[in-house]
Design a protein around this ligand. Sequence first.
Ligand SMILES: C[S@@+](CC[C@H](N)C(=O)[O-])C[C@H]1O[C@@H](n2cnc3c(N)ncnc32)[C@H](O)[C@@H]1O
Length: 397
Amino acid sequence: MGCIFCPKRGLTHIELVIEPVMLTFVLAPANKFGFAISVKSSRSFSTSHRIVELDVHDVAFGGAGVGRLEGKVVFVPLTIDGERVQAKLIERRSGYDRAQLTKVLLPSTRRVGPVCPHFGRCGGCDYQHIAYDHQLELKRRQVIQLLERIGRITDVQVSPTSPCARPYAFRNRITVHAMEGRIGFFEKNSRNVVDVEHCPIAVPAVNEELKELREKGLRDGQHRTLRGLDVPRTFTQTNEFIASALVDYVARQVTGDILVDAYCGSGFFGHALAHRFRIVIGLDWNEPAIAAAKLTANPNEEYICDDVSAAIASVLEEYEPQTIILDPPADGLKGSVTKALLTKPSNRLIYVSCNPATLARDLSRLASRYRIIEIQPFDMFPQTAEIEVVAVLEARP
Ligand SMILES: C[S@@+](CC[C@H](N)C(=O)[O-])C[C@H]1O[C@@H](n2cnc3c(N)ncnc32)[C@H](O)[C@@H]1O
């Protein structure tokens, strides 16, 4: 979860077919959270910057409203399904166009005023203009669409998105950048820095740190990660207001007496579930995270510092766990990991994903040996386009 702060190497491309266009989702290290989800295709054409009017019928994963013009898909950020809008065509591609909202002609009843004065320019938030209950519904719908289009998975129930009790003031860490005297977040699709004095999705302690940093100053080109007082430096939950709902949900799904917690970070799931198991094995390649996990481990917990892709097959062979938790970074499971899971199936797989597109791909790769029991989205990052999803799978007999 919250994989927005996970180390990533290179770009991840996920092909998504939306009839009749082929889109490629690119996860690039671009926005303030560590990566951006943008939609790209290979061919781009010049545009007349024509002003057009269109009806928005959906909001796509990544946050842009979706309309059609002369049969072609047009993505218009900051719009909502059910709206009629005026927009300027800014990019033409072989399969779709991109446009910039110029006027909302017929607003959705779900449109609300954004809380942040930087909303629309700052790269952090995508949905402050959408009523919270509709954000939740959109995220659920996007998970269903990605499962269908990428994973060809149509026969599963996706539960309503579990809401965050605090849709604002929930982030316990943010990364800010300095440029020409400004300190704040990257603009959308740019490395230009928006000067931000207060971030409404961050907790008060983080905003206090931001205020102090702005008083002290930061050299151009530098960045700082600001954390709430009690937040350790290794990977931990970014939103504590939904973390307990997530762990409670996972706790209801586990089975057996041996657990492998793969991509365990500092042991968030392993520690919370240790009392349910005889043996817990945590795997992560981040040394400080593993050291932190060991510090507070119970005697029945063992934490191993290794690459999951390299170690998983032998760990499954040696321990034969009945439950495996997988909480990989946004690019999902490497081929060697899915291969090991298929070769030696465990009774229960609990896949915690911060990217429903790679989740859909991985679920389809696992389908021959595992049946999906439940899919539960969690709103870990309200106001943003990001979606956290837990998929619960059981081994086919
Ligand atoms: C989304 S975080 C999950 C952390 C933890 N489960 C939690 O809830 O706090 C992903 C974790 O995967 C680890 N990671 C990423 N790629 C890895 C790999 N190939 N092998 C081992 N660990 C990896 C990162 O160090 C990070 O701690």
